[in-house]
Design a protein around this ligand. Sequence first.
Ligand SMILES: *Cc1c(COP(=O)(O)O)cnc(C)c1O
Length: 397
Amino acid sequence: MTDFTATKAMFHLPEGVIYLDGNSLGPLPRAAAARVARTITQEWGDMLITAWNRAHWMEMPARVGDRVARLIGAEPGTVVMGDTLSIKVYQAIASALEMNPARRVILSDTGNFPSDLYIADGLVRTLGDGYELRTVAPEEVENAIDETVAVTMLTEVDYRTGRKHDMKRLTEKAHAMGALAVWDLAHSAGAIPVRLAEAGADFAVGCSYKYLNSGPGGPAFIYVAPRHAETARPALSGWLGHEAPFAFDLDYRPGRGIERMRVGTPPILQLAALDAAMDVWDMTTIEEVRARSIELTQLFIARVEASCPALTLASPRDPELRGSQVSFRHPEGYAIMQALIARGVIGDFRAPDILRFGFTPLYIGPDEVEGAARILAEIMDKALWDRPEFKARARVT
Ligand SMILES: *Cc1c(COP(=O)(O)O)cnc(C)c1O
């Protein structure tokens, strides 16, 4: 059994704060601060450029990728780190489209994160030639996968409501219809068990600064199924995805397997932070984290529904149908969230009316859940949110 007191001690959490936003930016793992400091002084500082070899910087994207692979049910050697998630979405859908040349449609849903949709829209415009992004309501995705669809591009867990798609079922449907399945695991990796290989996913992508705690701007990951690894053509053919970057050939030849999905120079300081952040997974399993997350989210829903009748649950009630977050709706959601933050309960707001709370058992337990629900009830009871300073919108919500 996991000792969640011990996992919590691995993180720096400011005094007096209940942090329910690890789904947006994970907190600082203590080991990451020390590791980054060491990477800066002993590697960058003392080894200078020789650290690419001597400190094995060049291997880091695949080595750390393998650690992420274990959490998402991917085979060894199928995941590589680098760039931001938006870039990795582009790479995955561009490669997948090219593997299904007789078709022109990317299918996604209206609950997807806008960046994924913007990237897909940009790609189909670049391609022209009848390429199209088609979006349907999340619950209509399964029926909308037909023989015109080249690629499905779905985010497993909805960023607003936490609603979870059935990855295996939708991947099977995509394959039955002759389409390829690209999955975005932004709100899955480190939050819920993911079994990419078992589900038969073709490509997957995700970020590391949410539930994997790599820090702001930490690198994203991309997964390519082994059956495609030597055939997928990288659309962003950068030198570090080349078979022999230091041959400096004028012609591009894709690297071996997943290495070809690298683009340019990797962010070594952020990779060092992520590598250290991954150590916490040696103390627990994603299955135990998931079981605890369900307890915490059920407890939060029960407490909030009992004491805040003005808030409407926006997440699926059945924990099997949602990820590790709980959302409530209220027309004054933004002001309510600012009032919560002023009292030390940090969640976030997603337009137009969603109060979003992430539950991360590595460092959040039942006491924090009870505390957050109590403060929320007080804010609602006394309308403490109804003040001008809580209604002025900040740039990041
Ligand atoms: C968080 C998130 C992103 C963010 O992309 P970045 O390039 O890392 O800024 C993209 N897609 C989804 C589904 C997300 O949840």
